[in-house]
Write a protein that binds this ligand. Sequence first.
Ligand SMILES: NC(=O)c1ccc[n+]([C@@H]2O[C@H](COP(=O)([O-])OP(=O)(O)OC[C@H]3O[C@@H](n4cnc5c(N)ncnc54)[C@H](O)[C@@H]3O)[C@@H](O)[C@H]2O)c1
Length: 335
Amino acid sequence: MYRAALIGLGHMGRHHMRVLNEHPEYELCAVVDPQTQQLPPAVTAPLLADIRQLDLEALDVIVIAAPTASHLDVMRALSRFKGHVLIEKPVCETVAEGVALRELFDTDRLRVGHVERFNPVVVKLKEVLRAGHLGHVVHVAFTRVGGFPRSIQNSGSVIVDLAVHDIDLFNWAFGKPTLVGSAAHAHKPEKGHAPAVHTADILLKSGAGATASVHCSWITPTKMRGIRITGTNGTCFVDLIAQTCTVHTGGITAASQLPTVDEITFGQFVAYSSVHDTIEFGIVRTEPLVAQLNGFAQFLRGEPSPCATYDEAMLALRLAEEAMKKGDSLVDAAE
Ligand SMILES: NC(=O)c1ccc[n+]([C@@H]2O[C@H](COP(=O)([O-])OP(=O)(O)OC[C@H]3O[C@@H](n4cnc5c(N)ncnc54)[C@H](O)[C@@H]3O)[C@@H](O)[C@H]2O)c1
């Protein structure tokens, strides 16, 4: 059993606490949050108000789910810790903070919670890609909208908060990306605050030639998380919430009956090209956070693990920051 502490017991921390508490390979030994007064009765670990109260030598792992803006300070408080850390995404609020983190902690012992890698539909998508069902991938469209933070005004940027998930997925499944361009909307700031970017579109391209568009927004009232992958042989639709993965091919059946190009009439072309084969892949639905803890345990055992490394997380953060700096930004008028 890995002796674990959890830092931060807000929205995400409560999910981490539940899965740590139930996971057979971890023993939750302490929870730290300066705000929270009470743990659920099922959790018997002590609740501490300050990281300095942790007995670092008695711990194997620490999971950090404190606000992103505090990640560097939290890691500073853990610089004597000799175990392993799983820190929530994004690794830090800025690239400069991420670079400073490297000075404080051996990042070989750090993994970053890019949890979508563990979504069973993403695992299935990688199989679909490996099997060549889509042919050569041309474009990937990511949508990540809704689920806004309680205070958009003071929450920084949707690009750093949400788009990092998709930038990481594009890197992980389709090859190292570079930024092509971006455009964003921001709220008109309250006095003393920077404008908060709430909606953005980012265009990336991978070394293998695929392009990607990432549309992310905090203000869309409906929560949607999806990927559409266009390949030369078919299109794949992935719903990350419903955990479904469907491929529409260009019509394997119809293509086998297709006359040669010289003989085909326009009417025949329309008739054949409107025939599709649809494959709905079976998915064993699992909670990505539980799968991530399994992946973290693999990493702790020295086994190959899909957990995002510091360098991978920094790549996503770097591109997010670049998209913020280089993109066109439209500041919405105050309502
Ligand atoms: N992987 C995902 O899908 C996902 C989803 C949501 C949030 N997150 C990430 O999780 C982190 C937390 O986000 P959240 O939405 O849970 O925030 P939150 O504001 O709901 O909760 C943060 C908690 O941390 C506590 N805290 C603040 N400073 C602390 C400190 N120094 N030590 C210990 N606790 C401290 C706060 O009191 C609060 O209870 C962020 O990095 C965020 O990006 C990830």
